[in-house]
Design a protein around this ligand. Structure first.
Ligand code: ADP
Length: 394
């Protein structure tokens, strides 16, 4: 019987489940949303009929229901060979994927202060799945782990030393699984090996980050202590002047309110006053909505600035890579970003860009471009499945 790997990704109010078979074949996937709400629901991909969940279903209840459904529908005929879990923050404790035991759970809990919205639900998912599959290996893949190779000059903030030594305040970086996939895929598409490939990888989804990858390793990245730093995102501001907090406090806005504003009400949503969804923003801008056009301008300019910043970490560049929902699907955002990079000699081919590189092995640069530019669909679930299979066999 074909061996399978189950991948679990628990978000704050949603979760995704994916089942992989041999040769990286995705057998099935499922999604549960609005967890802990009265209208919680779940769905198996390709099926319009929702999976029944109790009202206010927790992550644990949703996982139980979906695993039951995978079994009922014969999608999962035997217990998986291993279960892979995504965890957002591994702090300085976890520098690579690990097999789960009780000490791992304690370690993830200890990092929860750094990712209070994510690590506790990630852990709830691990505990629920360990209860369902107690005799199977469980493997955790951390969003932060790929960035463990950042040099100190890139990860330290210019703060008093005790902020780092006593409180762990440093830049950690996120989206590591996606950037790692870019390092591998870009090398493959360019006909090179990851260990000799240096790229700048821009992951542009609801969250956005950019990473300088030197010889396959992360050497600088835009997200920091938390996923708030860096690029403009769907609802997150990215970089702001830290003096802002005092300025807001003088206007009666508490640190908690400022935190909420920067995380939930800013970014594309804040600038446009309409939406955090880039596709909708592009439509609004096309219909003459000026704040939406401004949101796109700020997004692309900030991104281009960061491409420039990332070159400081690279002695050579094999390519600029776009990924994530926006990076993979929006010729306009790619074009408007590259427009600011004339000094670097980066140019796009309009036709290849329009086709998202699908007819050209990912390439969208023009023959005159000084550096290749690629569009690569990310697959974080596949990386987690591969890591789970590798550690389970080790
Ligand atoms: P998440 O970070 O939640 O996984 P995604 O990677 O799916 O998010 O990215 C979602 C973003 O991608 C949304 O802003 C969405 O509007 C954008 N997007 C998807 N398709 C397009 C498109 N054709 N043009 C512009 N933006 C797009």
């Amino acid at each position: 019987m074909e061996e399978s790997i189950l991948v679990v990704n628990c978000g704050s109010s949603s979760l995704k489940l994916a089942l992989f078979g041999g040769q990286n074949r995705k057998i099935a996937s499922a999604l549960a949303e609005k967890l802990n709400n009265d209208d919680a629901f779940a769905r198996i991909s390709g099926d319009d009929q929702p999976v029944r969940l109790p009202a206010g279903a927790t992550h644990e209840q949703a996982l139980q229901a979906l695993v039951h459904e995978f079994r009922e529908r014969q999608l999962m005929k035997a217990a998986p060979k291993a279960i892979g879990h995504r965890v957002v923050h591994g702090g300085e404790t976890f520098r690579e994927a690990v097999l789960v035991d009780d000490a791992t759970e304690d370690g993830i809990e200890a990092c929860a202060e750094l990712a209070p919205l994510h690590n506790p639900v990630n852990l709830a998912g691990i505990r629920a799945m360990r209860a369902l599959f107690p005799d199977r290996p469980h493997v955790v893949v951390f969003d932060t782990a790929y960035h463990h190779t950042l040099p100190e000059r890139a990860y330290r903030y210019a703060l008093p030393e005790h902020c780092y030594t006593e409180w762990g305040i440093r830049r950690y970086g996120f989206h590591g699984t996606s950037h790692y996939f870019m390092a591998r895929e870009a090398a493959r598409l360019l006909g090179k090996t990851p260990a000799t490939t240096s790229v700048i990888s821009a992951h542009l989804g609801n969250g956005c980050s950019i990473t300088a990858i030197r010889d396959g390793l992360s050497v600088d990245t835009s997200m920091g202590l938390t996923p708030l730093e860096g690029l403009v995102m769907g609802t997150r501001s990215g970089d702001v002047d830290p003096g802002l907090f005092d300025y807001l406090a003088a206007r009666g806005i508490s640190a908690a309110e400022a935190h909420r504003m920067l995380n939930n009400d800013s970014g594309l949503l804040g600038l446009s006053g309409q939406t955090n969804d880039m596709r909708s923003l592009c439509e609004l801008a096309d219909h003459g909505h000026k704040p939406s056009k401004l949101a796109i301008d700020v997004f692309c300019f900030r991104l281009a600035r960061y491409v420039g910043a990332m070159t400081a970490s690279l002695p050579s560049l094999d390519g600029l890579v776009f990924t994530g929902g926006i990076g993979e699907n929006s010729p306009r955002i790619r074009k408007e970003t590259v427009k600011h990079l004339g000094l670097l000699g980066i140019e796009l081919d309009p036709e290849l860009n329009k086709n998202h590189g699908r007819i050209s092995d990912g390439r969208i640069d023009s023959p005159d471009s000084r550096f290749p530019v690629l569009v690569i669909p990310t697959d974080e679930e596949l990386v987690i499945a591969q890591e789970a299979a590798r550690l389970a066999s080790a």
